[in-house]
Design a binder for this molecule. Structure first.
Ligand code: PAF
Length: 281
């Protein structure tokens, strides 16, 4: 695996691979790589021939009171993990390379970015859409892979690609979970032992609501109150939002009639966790 920092170098490497008939797949990440990233890299291998992963902790998607400075940065071990997982090029641009002096162009994906996490993280999806478009333009991949724990992020990126007529195949990869159901995330590392135990209430609450759905419950209010009931059992958990929305438009719905998303954001101590489940059938 080769580590690359400059845009010209990643473009040259990608151009050469494409001239050789290879299909280029991009896996954008913010580093602190874990098992769920490895799953994304494995999926990338199936989707194409040349796997490019990026590591860039994107300042534009963090609010002023969020964890930009605390966000884990572990380049040494990331290099090892990406190499072992079959990544061909690890592209790690500096903030100055991504946001050069006088940078002033941002991408706003209307509607989809405003509900759910968009409410408590204003500007977050503007930052995500902007950096993802920039990474697409820097690497020029044929396909890109994203984890579905960030379901809303994936929806925003799909809309971005559709609206801007970009020729990139997008692939969403199912959520990877710990044995107790907690979605694997870099932010799980912030939890102390007590908080980590409490965090299992998040997937348990979604499972309980999914079970109700399977038994025929279609009222969003009832499903949301089932989730709440579970979360409230855990004194240290504070709900940011629980939402049942249409899985495509992400607009809240009262009654589930087609594919819906049950999404949740909860704070355990100082750590904000998100999770979701698609309800269909
Ligand atoms: O999901 C992430 O890690 C980030 O939001 C992404 C897509 C790499 C953009 O910074």
């Amino acid at each position: 695996m080769r580590l690359i920092k400059e845009i010209d170098d990643i473009r040259a490497a990608v151009d050469e691979a494409r001239r050789g008939g290879e299909r280029v797949v991009l896996v954008p990440t913010m580093g602190a790589l874990h098992r769920a990233h490895v799953l994304l890299f494995e999926r990338a291998r199936e989707v194409g021939d040349l796997v490019v992963a990026t590591i860039f902790v994107n300042p534009a998607q963090f609010g002023p009171d969020e964890d930009l400075d605390a966000y884990p940065r572990r380049l040494e071990s990331d290099i090892e993990k990406a190499g072992a997982a079959g990544v061909d090029y690890l592209f790690c641009p500096t903030p100055e390379t991504v946001y050069s002096d006088g940078f002033s162009t941002f991408i706003e994906v209307g509607g989809l970015g405003e509900n759910l996490c968009g409410q408590s993280r204003p500007g977050h999806f503007r930052g995500v859409a902007t950096v993802v478009l920039k990474l697409f333009n820097m690497v020029r991949p044929d396909a890109a892979i994203f984890g579905l724990k960030d379901f809303q992020q994936f929806a925003v990126i799909k809309r971005l690609v559709r609206d801007l007529n970009m020729e990139i195949e997008l692939v969403g990869v199912e959520i990877m979970r710990e044995p107790d159901g907690l979605a694997v995330s870099s932010r799980n590392g912030y939890l102390n032992a007590r908080e980590r135990e409490s965090a299992s209430v998040v997937p348990a609450s979604l499972e309980a609501a999914s079970h109700l759905f399977t038994k025929g419950e279609r009222s969003s209010e009832k499903l949301i109150s089932e989730v709440k009931k579970y979360i409230e059992k855990e004194g240290s958990a504070v709900v940011d939002y629980i939402s049942v929305c249409d899985a495509d438009s992400l607009k809240d719905i009262d009654i589930i009639e087609s594919r819906a998303l049950l999404a949740i954001a909860v704070k355990i101590g100082r750590t904000r966790l998100i999770d979701n489940v698609v309800l269909e059938g």
